[in-house]
Design a protein around this ligand. Structure first.
Ligand code: HEC
Length: 182
């Protein structure tokens, strides 16, 4: 009886393991190429002082979930591997207790929770979704992960009814940008 149960449990674990691996390989985001691209883009953003300890200050504002209570947004152009595109950088700030716009303006680093970005890639990268490259970084420049352990970079999460693309399709304008939809 115990043996049978153990056998079933092992089979289950192997099956789930295989499915997860399969997902990681076929996923439209979080693969090695996306992660590599995201890390090069982080360097470009460091050079332009869009991220990092030395980053340009902008007036924070009160935003909505899931992007943190206080946010800073910058819209600019960046060049990566010879391709130039629109780059939107959002710094998301959050704290356990109260956090005001003034707190973040005075100290933009202490409560920085994440940096979410959209970078317009070459045409055809993701034609149905306006060719955006999406990424969610932690303040140290590493990528945040979804509950399945996939790193959040690339076409996040194409084909899913949750995640960057799904919500921006609902919240954003034709270009999936909330900045230009208003
Ligand atoms: C549940 C909905 C939702 C999800 C999921 C979401 N966003 Fe957003 N995003 C918004 C809203 C709404 C705004 C406008 C600002 C605000 O009110 O918070 C926004 C704004 C932004 C902006 C500023 C530019 C703009 O369009 O205004 C960036 C960049 C951004 N999101 C990136 C991302 C990335 C990257 C992800 C995935 C890791 C993501 N978002 C997931 C709703 C969402």
């Amino acid at each position: 009886m115990y043996k049978q149960t153990a056998f079933i449990l092992i089979c289950g674990a192997v099956l789930i393991g295989t499915m997860t691996l399969g997902n990681a390989q076929n996923a439209p985001f979080g693969n090695a190429e996306d992660v590599d691209y995201a890390s090069k883009l982080w360097q470009v953003m460091m050079d332009q002082k869009l991220v990092g300890d030395d980053s340009i200050k902008v007036r924070p504002f009160e935003g909505n979930e899931p992007h943190g209570t206080i946010q800073e947004v910058l819209a600019t152009t960046a060049t990566m591997d010879g391709h130039s595109g629109r780059l939107l950088v959002k710094r998301n700030h959050g704290a356990e207790g109260e956090l005001s716009v003034e707190d973040v303006y005075d100290d933009p680093l202490s409560n920085l929770a994440a940096i979410t970005i959209m970078f317009k890639r070459e045409s055809g990268y993701d034609a149905e979704n306006q060719d955006w490259f999406w990424a969610k970084y932690l303040p140290d420049g590493t990528l945040d992960k979804n509950p399945n352990g996939l790193q959040l970079a690339g076409r996040v999460a194409k084909g899913s009814d949750a995640g960057c693309i799904a919500c921006h399709t609902a919240a954003g304008g034709e270009d999936l940008e909330t900045l230009t939809s208003k």
